[in-house]
Design a binder for this molecule. Structure first.
Ligand code: TRP
Length: 363
């Protein structure tokens, strides 16, 4: 039965290459979900139209980053044979859905959206918010509902968007007909993956702060960034007791260590708890911990980097994947749009009952 299908939809704005925060926050999980066999369909969207809502004057940036994000996707293991990779702007149906959903949302509801609020502040939009930016949560609801997504793997910052979508779905279904599906968000259970700090210890990785480690960084770049990472500013001598809380190096280890990390790279400890305990006690230097993190991270990134190099040799293939994916996605969205218009009674030409009733009326 269609209603019991499990469908994933998620995506990213193409405003830069993806970094390790994206990776632990959502990308890695998506690949696992894609490969789990638990889902009937997986849709991964490059949200260029959403990126334009706050980059209207810089379309070139968005255009260039579409291929960067696609390369990051493929190199992380998103597989076009299992997942539909597509570009948002190529699905006109999404814009049409947005126009109808706009009638179901109030201005004050959008003003209360915490993600929109903080983004408005970050971008100094207070005095002049573009309407398209202000309404992007509605467009995001279209992205999700057009594919009848049941599961949306995202970072924690996207929770208000999913909540907004659920409200639109409930309102639509109660006013018109049971057409749309209420999605649920999937966020990482590992606290350190929820929001990986920047290499400078700031709360968030962001390109403008220059504190990101990118999936496509060279091994040298990664190493330099790790060796320069923020730790405990009061941990001056090796003998000093060190602080683990708020120490980015340990947050990264929390996010990236797996069951083999110690055996492979630091066999004198059994696990991260032992390492943390030694650091807190004193007698463990930052350099040693950073070298360990470097080994752990390089091991994770190396296969990704190698796959990227292969895909970079065949850019036409990458565009072909996106084109095929967009064609497939458009078909699905068109079907939902047609159901939406039917439920809203704006399907004049394929509704024989409507025509017949009008014939009667004018007799
Ligand atoms: N807002 C998301 C981000 O900034 C990108 C996005 C657009 C998205 N549409 C979506 C994510 C639909 C999940 C589902 O990263």
């Amino acid at each position: 039965m269609e209603s019991s299908k499990k469908i994933i939809l998620t995506g990213d704005r193409p405003t830069g290459r993806l970094h390790v925060g994206h990776y632990v926050g959502s990308l890695k999980r998506r690949v696992e979900l894609q490969n789990s066999g638990d889902f009937d369909k997986t849709f991964i969207m490059i949200a260029d139209a959403q990126a334009l809502t706050d980059n209207a004057d810089n379309p070139e940036k968005v255009r260039e980053n579409i291929i960067e994000v696609a390369l990051d996707y493929l190199s992380c293991g998103l597989d076009p044979a299992k997942s539909t990779l597509f570009i948002q702007s190529q699905i006109a149906e999404l814009t049409e859905l947005t126009f109808y959903y706009m009638n179901l949302v109030t201005v004050s509801r959008l003003q209360r959206n915490p993600t929109v609020k903080s983004e408005i502040q970050m971008r100094n939009f207070e005095a002049s918010i573009p309407v398209g930016f202000f309404t992007y949560p509605i467009s995001q609801a279209s992205d999700i509902t057009a594919f009848k997504a049941t599961h949306v793997p995202v970072g924690e910052d996207q929770l208000p968007m999913i909540e907004q979508t659920r409200e639109i779905v409930r309102r639509f279904n109660s006013i018109y007909d049971d057409v749309l599906v209420e999605p649920e968000a999937m966020i990482p259970s590992n606290k350190s993956c929820l929001r990986l700090p920047g290499t400078d210890g700031k709360a968030k990785m962001s390109k403008s702060l220059g504190n990101c480690i990118y999936l496509s960084d060279t091994p040298d770049d990664v190493k330099k960034k790790i060796m320069g990472m923020y730790t405990d500013p009061n941990h001056l001598r090796v003998e000093d007791p060190g602080q683990v809380e708020g120490n980015s190096v340990f947050t990264y280890l929390d996010a990236f260590c797996n069951e083999h990390s110690f055996e492979d790279f630091l066999p004198e400890y059994n696990n991260l708890d032992e390492l943390k305990e030694h650091y807190s006690r004193g007698g463990l230097g930052d350099v040693k911990v950073k070298k360990f993190l470097n080994n752990v991270l390089q091991a994770e990134l190396e296969p990704i980097r190698n796959r990227r190099k292969e895909f970079e040799k065949d850019i036409p293939y990458v565009y072909e994947v996106l084109k095929k994916g967009s064609d497939a996605a458009r078909e699905v969205a068109a079907k939902t749009l047609s159901e939406v218009k039917g439920a809203m009674r704006i399907n004049y030409f394929d509704d024989i009952e409507l025509i017949n009733s009008q014939i009667e009326r004018f007799k």
